[in-house]
Write a protein that binds this ligand. Sequence first.
Ligand code: SF4
Length: 388
Amino acid sequence: MGIEESSLEGVVTLRGIIMVLRAKTIDLLQTKDLTSKQKINSDLNLGELESREKNLASFPRRIILELTNACNLRCVMCGRDEARFSKTVFDLSYLDRLTKVLEVTEEVTLFGWGEPTIHPKFKEILEYLRRYPTRKYFVTNGTRLKSIRDALFEYQVDIMAVSLDGARASTNDKIRIGSNFEQIVSDLSLIVKQKQKLGVSYPYINFVFTAMQSNLQEIPDLVRLACDLGLEEVKVVYLTVFSDKLLSESLWEQQEEVKRVFNESIQLAESLGVKIKLPYIQGEDIAGRNYHKDCFVGWRDFFLGSDGYVRPCQSSATKLFPYSKYDTFEEMWNSAEYQDFRSRVNDPETMPGECKRCYQSSHANWNRKDSFIQVGQQFAPDWANRPM
Ligand code: SF4
């Protein structure tokens, strides 16, 4: 079987079918048609990104809302234990300033340092977003699937990513402390059955798997599990180590074994019809010797943290400004802070320090040790005190 690199950025095609996605992708996953207003905005945004405009006439294509930085699990690799995390929760009044942009942005992603489904108003937020044409996407640890199952269909959630770090209960539950593999699998099975019963194609569901030494070999079995359950995709990201206790779990300098497992997983995914998204192999990242791949989050995304600060992305400690600083979305989006960030993020001389050691799964340069190991570095923001 030949694997052919396509001319599309970061996409590998197998027998002409796009099955394997290599991060990074400028385009967002399309699960339904865009409205004409969304399409006009997205085309304008892509053009402004290409010409590296600082002052944008377009709105972002994606709004990312971190509903909380709190979590009901204690995964061994989570940076929440290695930094000072005062719990913060997203204030629903933040939504008021987003009404105009919600008409044209492609997607709202509920994602950040914490578990979005434990936000006390999680379902109300889905209900609110349902009034807009935007895709609704969230990333979850899967612990509350049973209680949110009906809301997935009532509010038409378009994409749901479920974190699982093993294809066996013994592996997953040891890494994701407090997680229950069997329960997650059983709940997902019921969700897929409900999808089939209702005859709908949403939510598109993928597994997100953090690859490390103790679970790398289970990726092919995770692809099998996704197929058995009827899920659409498996996405693999590398572990970034924040604590020296986990250095032995890093896949830094394990590229030969990683490549072998990835190739096996690709072949299996192709034969089973499951999409697979994999990071670049160390040494093969298109970022070459740069600090990171071309970063486009300052054009495509608007990230609002649960502490009320706007940050460039979830993986950056940089706070651009407090959300309360500006009265309108337009003022924020073309603020001096945003324009300054856009002018610096891809400049090796002036980019923020965190961007020089970017570990964001799509933009990081996986040829660099800093992407795999961040011990002793500031990798998360100093949280403003907004107790839950
Ligand atoms: S940390 Fe990475 S993804 Fe985030 S803004 Fe910097 S370069 Fe971009």
